[in-house]
Write a protein that binds this ligand. Structure first.
Ligand code: NAP
Ligand code: MG
Length: 497
């Protein structure tokens, strides 16, 4: 028994979806389409037009016209009201969007309802408020070569221009919101490429954005493949900035592609985040917290707490507790009301994650819970806990992006800081302890963009998010993100009196 689909969702997936360029729904120039599968069954969910370079070019030109035209003529207040209205419309269509997200991505409907959709609505509302608060400064000058001269100098914060945005499949609507919200609040126009696995909610969002009053061409949505549409967008000379979320490997390709016209680049990449449980942590919080840190969204979180470190005196207790939770998680299709964990997003990810399970075993890791594919149909993987790992194993060093945690014991604070930082990544970290001094002292030692203390996976539109080291460049959300979408212009006038 699964949830009955809303009629709007049935209609949406029954019709082949097209590209959204300049406010119009159009076929791809090549006429090509691709299928987006339902990860719970492997069957085709919907047909979608497949953008490539020619469509990217058309969309970039539309975005440029909108940037120079209607969007720049609106007041900041008018833009802010439209962005706020997008948040309202997401909320009004919450159930429909949650169902689309669950169908396309595989995540439990119950999770999409309480996390993905309301967080996306809140993101637009938070950013709507910033539209009227983008300010420069006045600056006092004292040039030694003109001591008697008077100047009036100030800065303007201006939009970067046409922005290309490439997003992944793990939180399709929310990643679109993280990217679009700040770009719109600062007056940019956008060409967005959703992930090939999950294009549907971004296409529905395009309809809602038009309904909210966004002028034609301000946001263009181009489903398609990374190697074609994504690469063309990253390399396009008419694009002033590219914002990317995805693998570190593709992030490096984006940097190369962007070099042609030196467009601005921000990157939100992979992670292998440490989650650290001290001997004085409350086990009632730390054990479910450690399980949630890795198993939320099936481990398909860039910030997943995938390396669990537990003080040696508590190691067995915490690992046994996390393993019990892992074994108790109900797997099933996202639309089934009892489902606590859905399938991975694709056959490719299933093979990738089970490949890591094999490599971990071959290298000598011991499986305490899970360890295999679940069922024959769909892309399900059992929540898995591995122990007896060594720091050089692939399962410890590489981002698995599935429900797989490696657990190891530690002895003291200095040792754990070094172990936590022994990674090419630096996205997130968790600390579980009752000792506030220890918690904050360790938070300073960890080289990561987010440190959670006695919690994990807490996201807020006001909290900046991003990575140290190979986890990325720049920050999303909070007021920090506004810098990524604006240029600063210094204006200097001499006052001749
Ligand atoms: P990915 O290839 O990095 O995909 C992310 C986005 O980049 C997608 O929209 C993708 O298009 C696009 N893309 C791919 N190649 C491109 C290129 N040459 N130029 C421009 N854009 C390109 O990630 P994936 O293949 O979906 O997943 C592989 C691994 O990446 C995962 O196992 C995980 O480790 C990591 N990952 C990290 C995050 C994160 O949030 N940090 C999110 C997703 C995946 P397509 O949809 O066509 O691939
Ligand atoms: Mg890919």
């Amino acid at each position: 028994m699964t949830v009955t689909l809303e009629k709007s969702v049935e209609d949406f997936i029954a019709t082949p979806r097209r590209l959204f360029i300049d406010g119009q729904w159009v076929e791809a120039a090549s006429g090509k389409v691709f299928a987006t599968p339902n990860p719970a069954t492997g069957e085709t969910l919907a047909q979608v037009a497949e953008a490539d370079a020619e469509d990217v070019d058309r969309a970039v030109r539309a975005a440029r016209r909108a940037f120079e035209g209607p969007w720049s003529r609106m007041t900041a207040s008018q833009r802010g009201r439209i962005i706020w209205r997008i948040g309202d419309l997401i909320e009004e269509h919450a159930e429909e969007l949650a169902q689309l997200e669950s169908l396309d991505n595989g995540k439990p409907l119950s999770v999409a309802r309480v996390a993905d959709i309301p967080l996306a609505a809140e993101l637009f509302r938070y950013m709507a408020g910033w539209a009227t608060k983008i300010e420069g400064n006045t600056i006092t000058l004292s040039p030694p070569f003109a001591p008697d001269a008077a100047f009036h100098a100030y800065t303007l914060r201006e939009p970067v221009g046409v922005v290309g945005q490439i997003i992944p499949w793990n939180f399709p609507l929310l990643m679109a919101a993280w990217k679009l919200g700040p770009a719109l609040a600062t007056g940019n126009t956008i060409v967005l490429k959703p992930a090939e696995q999950t294009p549907l909610s971004a296409l529905r969002l395009a309809e809602l954005m038009a309904e909210a009053g966004l002028p034609d061409g301000v946001v263009n949505v181009l489903p398609g493949y990374g190697e074609t549409a994504g690469a063309a967008l990253a390399a396009h000379d008419g694009v002033n900035k590219i914002a990317f979320t995805g693998s570190t490997e593709v992030g490096k390709l984006i940097v190369h592609a962007a070099a042609g016209n030196l467009k601005k680049v921000t990157l939100e990449l992979g992670g292998k985040s440490p989650n650290i449980v001290f001997d004085d942590a409350d086990p009632e919080l730390a054990i479910p917290g450690a399980a949630n840190a890795i198993f939320f969204n099936h481990g398909q979180c860039c910030v997943a707490g995938s390396r669990l470190f537990v003080h040696e005196s508590r190691f067995e207790q915490v690992v046994a507790g996390v393993a019990d939770i892992a074994r108790g998680i109900t797997l099933g299709p996202g639309l089934h009301p009892d489902t606590q964990m859905g399938p991975l997003v694709s056959d490719e990810q299933l093979r990738r994650v089970t490949g890591y399970l094999d490599s971990g075993r071959e290298e000598g890791a011991r499986t305490v819970a899970g360890g295999s594919r679940y069922g024959e149909r769909g892309y399900f993987v059992e929540p898995t806990v591995l122990v007896d790992t060594r720091p050089d194993m692939a399962v410890v060093r590489e981002e698995i992006f599935g429900p797989v945690v490696v657990a190891s014991p530690f002895a003291d604070l200095d040792e754990i800081a070094a172990q936590a930082n022994d990674t090419a990544y630096g996205l997130g970290a968790g600390i579980w302890t009752r000792d506030i001094s220890k918690a904050h002292a360790l938070a300073r030692k960890i080289r990561a963009g987010t440190v959670w203390i006695n919690c994990y996976n807490v996201f807020d539109a006001a909290l900046p998010f991003g990575g140290y080291k190979q986890s990325g460049w720049g920050r999303e959300m909070g007021h920090e993100v506004l810098e990524a979408y604006t240029e600063v212009k210094a204006v200097c006038a001499q006052l001749h009196t």
